[in-house]
Ligand binder design. Structure first.
Ligand SMILES: [Zn+2]
Length: 409
């Protein structure tokens, strides 16, 4: 086999050769030369069992940065136990960040591993880039770290967490946090230390976690400013959130079957009737240079299902929400759906809602900043908020004697 980097003829390609020849790992080499790993690796390089005895024990006194980073990875739910090992998963696009973490996490006995395994689901060889340590090295550390004395540095831990799992959408920072108590701690500490507000969103995250979002764009700015020095130390992290990339609009289409009627409608729409609605949710934003995506379609689908489809599907729209009881027109539905989603999708650019294939409308509502300033549209709240008793003319409804409603026989 010939190395495509230096032209040397080799028995087989190994990381040892590539490191000295071009500094790439086999996985990166495969991507650079768009070759499947199956072609590059020999069978004895695949599914190699790792021996725990080859891994160091933790140092007696791990450094402060190592402790804080570990806490950050625990908050992000990234540390996974695998047999006798604890693993921090990496990403081939961000090997530099993984290796930056490693220089500190060595204190806990972590090593970098690029492991190749045959994936029976896809029938191909895949590579995992990860840091690995003896599980026993961390047993005491990441169970109850908040109670350890002294506690790990909060801002460093948060920076480590954001570097791995944070995402920026329309200027709002999103952080998925698997533990609700951890999420509360983050909210409380940021408020106390830096007067930064985060809100907790229920987004149906796998495993029952929650999503933290900066309350306002100004909170994102303050948070990035507070963490600037830490994030700038980590390779590629500050750039990831701040570099200019192309803006793209992504669209998710979902359907629901609902019945409705239009109160007072002069024609047949006053009858209860049903149909299949098609909802297209469009989200615009910059491409995240690490994920290659504007937003995860899975997240988009989860949120729209949870906030809209699961509530509307196989229901009478007039009775699903008081805001729609009077007018469940597609126009009113659009305004209502927009308000259900904007907190979760601040990059939302447009909704397109089809009541039939021949009848639809589209709507671009206020962005999150304007929505926070103006609140919910008055259109939706006529019957919610109207205090009928304050309208003196209402007395005319009464017959003036027994206080009974006039009835036309
Ligand atoms: Zn070479």
């Amino acid at each position: 086999m010939q190395c495509l980097e230096c032209g040397t003829e080799l028995q087989r390609l190994e990381n040892e050769h590539l490191f000295s020849c071009c500094g790439l790992t086999l996985h990166e080499y495969a991507l650079r030369h768009h070759m499947p790993l199956d072609l590059i690796l020999s069978p004895d390089q695949i599914n190699v069992a790792d021996r725990v005895m080859d891994y160091a024990r933790a140092s007696a006194c791990p450094g402060e940065t190592a402790r804080s980073l570990l806490q950050g990875f625990r908050l992000a739910g990234l540390l996974k136990d695998e047999g006798e090992f604890t693993v921090l998963p990496g990403d081939v696009r961000r090997l530099d960040l993984l290796l930056w973490n490693l220089q500190y996490l060595k204190d806990f006995g972590f090593r970098f591993r690029q492991e190749y395994r045959f994936d029976t689901a896809t029938n191909r060889v895949v590579a995992d880039n990860r840091l690995k340590a003896r599980r026993s090295n961390l047993a005491r550390q990441y169970g109850m770290e908040l109670s350890l004395v002294p506690p790990p540095d909060f801002l460093m831990a948060l920076a480590g967490c954001i570097a791995q799992v944070g995402e920026l959408h329309a200027g709002y920072l999103f952080i998925p946090v698997p533990g609700r108590r951890d999420a509360q701690e983050i909210i409380g500490s940021l408020k106390r230390l830096r007067n930064i507000s985060m809100v907790m969103l229920e987004t149906g995250e796998p495993g029952g976690g929650v999503m933290l979002r900066s309350h306002r764009r100004a909170d994102s700015d303050r948070l990035f400013e507070s963490l600037r020095e830490l994030l700038q130390m980590m390779p590629g992290v500050w750039e990831r959130f701040h570099v200019t990339t192309p803006e793209v609009t992504v669209v998710k289409e979902l359907v629901f079957d609902s019945a409705h009627f239009i109160t007072d409608h002069p024609a047949k729409c006053s009858n209860l009737h049903g149909g299949r609605y098609t909802l297209q949710v469009k989200v615009a934003g910059r491409i995240d240079p690490v994920t290659g995506c504007v937003i995860d379609y899975g997240y988009l689908k989860r949120v729209v299902n949870q906030r809209v489809v699961d509530r509307f599907d196989h229901h009478n729209l007039n009775f699903v929400a008081s805001e729609l009881a009077w007018r469940s027109s597609t126009e009113m539905l659009c305004v209502y759906i927009w308000e259900q989603l904007i907190d979760y999708l601040p990059g939302m650019a447009e909704l397109q809602l089809y009541e039939t294939q021949q009848s639809w409308c589209h709507y671009s509502g206020p962005d999150l900043k304007s929505y926070q300033a103006s609140g919910s549209s008055f259109l939706l709240h006529h019957f919610d908020e109207l205090d009928v008793r304050s309208l003196q003319l209402r007395e005319q409804i009464m017959d003036g004697q027994g206080g009974r409603l006039s009835v036309v026989a």
